[in-house]
Design a protein around this ligand. Structure first.
Ligand code: GCO
Ligand code: MN
Ligand code: MN
Length: 388
């Protein structure tokens, strides 16, 4: 029986910006003091995390000179090696600077697009220096509030050109990055381009090297829009495109809350963990969330510990689900097999088509069958509430 204490083998990661979040919101000033990257690294290692991810400017402030950059990078690398943490993923901040207020790679201003490419290449250099193998693109400002600009089709082409350019840059430098595109429906833009995992899946095959690109889906982003995140993840797994994942929680229809994983939608989080574990997803699991603005530093570490602990509790519940005789019996009863009909339905041939067309079905019996989902779902609830 586990005590739900994480170890690096669990591959849990946090962004510097997540536990480092100072509690600023559109209505109020920060409620916590900034923490240095080496300090965050030490604390995450103590809690059992595997890695720490970053945007370029989480570590190196915009406008810092080379000596300051090198000192910050050296101190961070020292902390990583002292505490045994890795940097699996890096990304670019293409959203805070007012230069990106109307988009970065999709800005209508060619100078902004070129600057976004320059900033991203420098950030890819930094990520590589720190050992990152995965590079995330979250287009926070790639979107609009008004569509009078007439740039929708151009924006798609500009983004495609930029991603093609950066994939070749990575190869020419020998960085070997794989890239993960992160969809979000809105916030900070009124509408962000590529709002869902499905939109990313549609776009990736249009790139020059689609095999290098996958998706970084986030629990809160689908949930904000009232979508079922677990379904999106299943589709990504099926497509071989789940390159990374951002775990957190969210109430539908609210502002972007970035709640502690499992804080809100317990059943959805359980089925997500079950899916990840059943599919043997082996990539890092990043908690892209932050402590409530009400909290002090103790609350930040309680938040971080809670994200990992809850994941491990769901993992244990998934194991119990698979070993629960009554649940497994309900699952078997749910599936109806018919080897003869399945043989006819799989793989077209004119003979199978003709045989199927000649088959008679008892429609009334098909419609009358109760699949037992109420019973199965109640068993799941009882398992999660700890009474089984
Ligand atoms: C958000 C996003 C970001 C990205 C991050 C990594 O809603 O703000 O989830 O946190 O994940 O920029 O690219
Ligand atoms: Mn997010
Ligand atoms: Mn995210």
């Amino acid at each position: 029986m586990t005590d739900y204490t994480p170890t690096p083998a669990d591959r849990f990661t946090f962004g510097l910006w997540t536990v480092g979040n100072v509690g600023r919101d559109p209505f109020g000033e920060p409620t916590r003091r900034p923490m240095s990257a080496p300090y965050i690294t030490q604390k995450l290692a103590e809690l059992g995390a595997y890695g720490v991810n970053l945007h370029d400017n989480d570590l190196v402030p915009l406008g810092a000179g080379a000596p300051e950059r090198d000192r910050l990078v050296d101190d961070f690398r020292q902390a990583l090696s002292d505490h045994g943490l890795v940097v699996p993923m890096a990304t670019t901040n293409l959203f805070s600077d007012p230069a990106f207020k109307d988009g970065a790679f999709t800005s209508a201003d060619a100078r902004v697009r070129a600057y976004a490419l320059q900033k991203t290449m420098l950030s890819m250099d930094l990520g590589h220096e720190l050992g990152a193998e995965l590079y995330v693109f979250w287009g926070g400002r790639e979107g609009s509030e008004v569509d009078a600009s007439g740039k929708l089709l151009d924006s798609l082409g500009w983004l495609r050109d930029s991603l093609n350019f950066l994939a070749e840059y990575s190869q020419s430098q020998g960085y070997g990055y794989r890239f993960a595109l992160e969809p979000k429906p809105n916030e900070p833009r009124g509408d962000i381009f590529f709002p869902t995992a499905g939109s990313m899946l549609g776009f990736i095959p249009t790139l020059d090297q689609p095999e290098l690109f996958g998706v970084n889906p986030e629990f809160a982003h689908d949930t904000m829009a009232g979508l079922n995140f677990t379904h999106a993840v299943a589709q990504l797994i099926d497509a071989g495109k789940l390159f990374h994942i951002d775990l957190n929680d969210q109430k539908p229809g609210r502002f972007d809350q970035d709640l502690r994983f499992g804080a809100e939608n317990i059943k959805a989080a359980f089925f997500l963990v079950k899916l990840l574990e059943d599919s043997k997803y082996g990539g890092p699991k990043q908690f892209d969330a932050h402590a409530l603005r009400t909290e002090d530093e103790n609350g930040v570490w309680a938040f971080a510990r809670g994200c990992m602990r809850t994941y491990l509790m769901f993992k244990e519940k998934a194991r119990q689900f698979d070993q629960d005789g009554e649940i497994q019996a309900a699952l078997s009863a749910y599936r109806v097999t018919d080897p003869a009909l399945e043989a006819l339905s799989r793989g077209f041939s004119p003979e199978r088509a003709a045989a199927l067309k000649a088959q008679s079905f008892d429609r009334a019996a098909l419609g009358a069958r109760g699949p037992g989902l109420e019973h199965l779902d109640q068993l799941t609830v009882e398992l999660l509430l700890g009474v089984r």
